[in-house]
Write a protein that binds this ligand. Structure first.
Ligand SMILES: C[S@@+](CC[C@H](N)C(=O)[O-])C[C@H]1O[C@@H](n2cnc3c(N)ncnc32)[C@H](O)[C@@H]1O
Length: 239
């Protein structure tokens, strides 16, 4: 009997944004896995859920390198997947924690894909989480979309190019992973004349949360925290 793999969305930071279903499953599973940066041992997702885990629940932090190098990534995913697969093969249920939602720009997607290849019979259950951009919109009181508007979610991990491609076809855009190429992304937003429709949110729901709508302040900001995103609205932030 194989155990079940649960992908658990834990929300973006505020522990009160954890779902009732996520809490129930976390109290029942045999093993918890969470992604951690290879640079440090800290897992925000684990900090959000730790008070709900029964004492003695084994927790494994899996290290993923922050790189685009396909070989490094493949090796990390292979080794990490092996640990999850071993647990499932012992007949134990395993929860993989994801900040925000497990199927939105998440490491869980790779884990799920690899486990399906390796153990096609293993049941997989995904518990959705409140995404970072939903919580960010709530923190800033900025509507993400209404009526016939389009909402486009973009990764800024490689710079402002995706924004440039999408901005013509979208009313409202969410830029995730903005920290590395922050200035390039700001330049694209300025180039499109959308400074007054831009809202920046960092560490949403966590200590040190920042909500900034003054574009000039953003231009003078240091490189932001990894957990930062932007919402850009063509009709302006109040529309
Ligand atoms: C790997 S993606 C994870 C997305 C996540 N699965 C979700 O549903 O929101 C990481 C990016 O999500 C955004 N993010 C995640 N948590 C955040 C938070 N608390 N505040 C602001 N942005 C956040 C940032 O853009 C960050 O670079």
């Amino acid at each position: 009997m194989l155990g079940t793999l649960y992908g658990i969305g834990v929300g973006p930071g505020d522990p009160e944004l954890l779902t009732v279903k996520a809490i129930r499953i976390l109290r029942e599973v045999h093993h918890v896995f969470t992604a951690a940066s290879s640079k440090n041992d800290y897992s925000v997702a684990f900090e959000i859920v730790k008070e709900h885990l029964p004492a003695g629940t084994p927790v494994d932090k899996l290290y993923f390198p922050m790189t685009f190098d396909p070989e490094d990534l493949e090796n990390a995913w292979h080794n990490n997947c092996q640990k999850v697969a071993d647990t499932l093969q012992e007949g134990k249920d395993a929860a993989f924690l994801t900040l925000g939602d497990p199927l939105t720009f998440s490491t869980f997607i790779y884990i799920m894909r690899k486990i399906r290849q390796r153990l096609p019979q293993a049941p997989v259950t995904v518990v959705p989480g409140i995404t970072s951009y939903q919580a960010a919109a709530a923190s800033a009181n900025v509507p993400l979309g209404e009526g016939e508007e389009t909402i486009t979610i973009i990764s800024g991990a490689k710079g402002g190019e995706r924004f440039r491609e999408a901005v013509h076809a979208s009313d409202n855009l969410v830029l995730m992973k903005t920290y590395k190429h922050f200035n390039d992304i700001l330049a694209e937003i300025k180039g499109a004349g959308l400074e007054s429709g831009c809202c920046f949110v960092s560490r949403c729901g966590q200590n040190g949360e920042v909500v900034e709508t003054d574009f000039q302040k953003l231009e003078h900001m240091e490189r932001p925290h990894y957990l930062s995103l932007m919402i850009v609205k063509k009709r302006g932030l109040d529309a």
